[in-house]
Design a protein around this ligand. Structure first.
Ligand code: NAI
Ligand code: MG
Length: 396
């Protein structure tokens, strides 16, 4: 097999801490690859006025596979204040490099597995019928449409003439907003396309089929958001006919947020639009350990980028000995291995993580429910590198 080249984008803060840890594990499991560093994040906004430099896009274009840590983003006023004075007033505007990367490469499929590791003290527990404690096994994968919907960026405050005129053709707009001064209107659109909705639905069903899940749940709100959620549900119902062994369930996002603590073990693959997918995946991630465990894949037709869900956690970025949990990043690297067919190596890494978690001897501060601070290490928490070392030691 040819040696792969992986574009390594550590980014800011703890992104730069956890990504090298994932590479250590990839090396240890025997995955042969070259890693090329690529610039992304706040530093490049400040220095160059561009948090996603063209050279990084070129590297992804060339090598197709990226590992990404995290970036820092700050509100507009701070972004402007931290821009190199030599670049000021030249029209540079900060944008999210992750959203830009997803749009540029059309990374329209986002997969976020939320699977509990037995023995993780952060796992969700509930009271059973007999009054005792139950710890349901959570094994959910959220498929989130990554490029459209409410995060599609088609929005206005004080909408321009043509937009306003078009809105005024809708009787409900006239009735509810027709008398609001235009300058007082903010409009964010929620647009779904049939092609992208079909692709995310296909990815969800294929995943369910490949890994033996019994159901695909469309988690939207078709009874109220009739056009977009309605389109997604209709596509799901139609596609289900091609997968007779898999049930198609339909839940509303609000009700699903309630049910996920009631019976999370009932769900398998969940599919949703951009925003509801974001919400529901955070909800399920909270049941299996939160940000230290939440991994994700952004998959397009050519390029794929794998990243933990967490951000750059700046308050922990400059610790002499890092305390953050590298598992989310390492699990994201496992998703990359799965994506390129190296499933045996991915499985070995996940088994090693499962063993470390089950033994419970090496736990980062979050797993010990400690406050994140320098003292966490004295209180018995493992450092970032100690956690990685423990995982590597368990690799079979
Ligand atoms: P965050 O995810 O960086 O951190 C929130 C809290 O979660 C941390 O203070 C820490 O207590 C915990 N945490 C995060 N990662 C952890 C890990 N690996 N192990 C243990 N605990 C962990 O979110 P926050 O503080 O809201 O944002 C910080 C910066 O990150 C902001 O600039 C934000 O814009 C950016 N961000 C970037 C994301 C990305 O790159 N994908 C996603 C979310 C936020
Ligand atoms: Mg989120």
């Amino acid at each position: 097999m040819t040696k792969r080249t992986i574009v390594s984008m550590p980014g800011d803060g703890i992104g730069a801490t956890v990504l090298p840890e994932a590479i250590r594990v990839l090396d240890a499991v025997g995955f042969e690859a070259d890693y090329v560093h690529a610039d992304i994040g706040w530093e490049f906004w400040c220095k160059e006025g561009n948090p996603l430099p063209q050279r990084t896009i070129d590297l992804l274009e060339k090598h197709k596979l990226g590992l990404f840590g995290a970036i820092t983003s700050k509100p507009k006023a701070e972004a402007d204040a931290e821009l190199d004075p030599a670049l000021r007033d030249q029209g540079y505007v900060y944008y999210s490099p992750i959203v830009a990367m997803r749009q540029h490469f059309n990374l329209d499929i986002c997969a976020r597995p939320c699977q509990s590791f037995p023995g993780n003290p952060l796992n969700f527990i509930r009271r059973g019928a007999d009054g005792g404690v139950e710890e349901p096994k959570v094994d959910v994968v959220v498929y989130r449409q990554n490029t459209e919907g409410l995060y599609g960026g088609v929005e206005w405050t004080n909408p321009p003439d043509q937009v306003y005129d078009a809105l005024m053709t809708h009787p409900k707009f006239v009735k509810n907003f027709g008398s609001v001064p235009r300058a007082d209107l903010a409009v964010s659109t929620r647009i779904f396309s049939r092609a992208a909705t079909t692709r995310i639905m296909r990815a969800a069903f294929e995943h369910a089929q490949k890994f033996g899940y019994k159901s695909v749940t469309v988690c939207e709100k078709p009874n109220v958001i009739r056009e977009t959620s309605g389109m997604m549900l209709a596509i799901g119902l139609e596609m289900q006919k091609e997968y007779p062994g898999i049930d198609l369930w339909n839940t509303n996002i609000d009700a699903q947020m309630m049910w996920l603590t009631k019976n999370p073990e009932d769900y398998g693959v969940i599919v949703a639009g951009n925003m509801f997918g974001d919400i529901i995946s955070d909800g399920f991630a909270g049941l299996v350990g939160g940000l230290g465990f939440a991994c994700s894949a952004n998959i397009g037709e050519e390029v794929a980028v794998f990243e933990p869900t967490h951000g750059s956690a700046p308050k922990y970025a400059d610790y002499e000995t890092s305390i953050v949990n590298p598992i989310a990043m390492i699990l994201s690297a496992c998703m990359m291995l799965d994506h390129i067919g190296e499933t045996e190596k991915a499985t070995r890494i996940r088994q090693a993580i499962a063993e470390v978690v089950a033994e419970g001897e090496v736990r980062t501060y979050d797993m010990m429910k400690l406050r994140g601070s320098q003292q966490a290490l004295e209180q018995g928490a493992a450092s970032t590198t100690e956690m990685t070392d423990a995982i590597i030691a368990k690799l079979k």
